[in-house]
Design a binder for this molecule. Structure first.
Ligand SMILES: [Zn+2]
Ligand SMILES: [Zn+2]
Length: 282
């Protein structure tokens, strides 16, 4: 299987898929052994569509985005363009800086997806999941994934991120997205120290609250620092993790958990009261 993946899509796809499958399996087992919340819907009601979306996204990016982020990184390296390709830095330091900048870019992009009503329509499908578990971490609309990839390629070209940094970031983002959506009970003490370096499930669950002020907080996926720096951090949901309502105030029927409704959600209904654009000061 691995060699086929290598032949078809290149090593980065195989690395990402293997890492993703490993983290998925580990969190799925942990969810079964130590669930944080009781499910509102069975896995069977949500998982087929959430997993199908993940597969569709992989294909959509490949068809709709002409180059990969890795190819962009290699092109920037050949031309010695982009900030990091012009500054002589040891490889490991350049890699860490690139990963941190890419993470900041994804945080900012997430803020913009919550701010602009048109983009919120695309992103809200992620928020409309009525339970919060590891498959929510894969449930993004294909349009969001394509836009996000174009942004990532732009950032890679601008900063001159190495191909290795791009692979590391992709693997990290995928793994942390599965981890921080996990319905896994982590002790309060562990959560407290872990969320200084990583966005934990309890930290990200606040972002999936139906309460608008809570939805518009904790935007980070990997590093929790951006939320602290930009004052979007909220430690816990007001109703508590067990009593809080997951989702948004639209798309709350079980029919909405199926694949076709997920794909059509951006084009249905009003933008709703969540976008923050109109609430910015000044
Ligand atoms: Zn969001
Ligand atoms: Zn999320």
């Amino acid at each position: 299987m691995t060699s086929t993946l290598f032949d078809q899509f290149g090593p980065e796809t195989a690395i990402r898929l293997i890492a993703s499958a490993t983290v998925f399996a580990a969190i799925a087992v942990a969810e079964g052994a130590r669930p944080r919340r009781k499910r509102s819907f069975s896995r069977r009601a949500r998982w087929p569509a959430n997993l199908a979306i993940a597969a569709i996204n992989d294909i959509a990016v490949r068809i709709l985005v002409p180059i990969t982020a890795i190819a962009a990184a290699l092109a920037a390296e050949r031309r010695a363009s982009g900030l990091l390709n012009r500054i002589p830095l040891p490889g490991a330091i350049g890699l860490v800086i690139a990963v941190i900048i890419l993470d900041l870019a994804i945080y900012l992009q997430h803020r913009v997806f919550h701010a602009v009503p048109l983009l919120w329509r695309i992103h809200r499908m992620h928020h409309a999941d009525l339970d919060f578990d590891l498959t929510t971490g894969l449930r993004f609309h294909p349009l969001e994934i394509v836009i996000s990839m174009l942004v990532k390629i732009g950032v890679v070209l601008a900063i001159g991120a190495s191909a290795m940094a791009v692979v590391a970031f992709e693997v990290l983002l995928n793994a942390t997205s599965i981890f921080n959506h996990g319905n896994v009970g982590i002790s309060e003490a562990t959560d407290r120290w872990l969320r200084w370096i990583l966005v934990t499930p309890d930290m990200h669950r606040v972002h999936h609250s139906i309460v608008r002020a809570e939805t518009n907080s904790n935007f980070g996926f990997n590093l929790p620092w951006w939320d602290h720096l930009m004052r979007t951090y909220r430690a816990q949901p007001a109703a508590g993790h067990l009593a809080m309502t997951i989702g948004i105030d639209q798309f709350r029927s079980s029919e909405e958990l199926k694949l076709m409704p997920l794909l059509s959600q951006p084009f249905r209904g009003a933008a709703g009261g969540y976008p923050t654009w109109t609430k910015l000061p000044g």
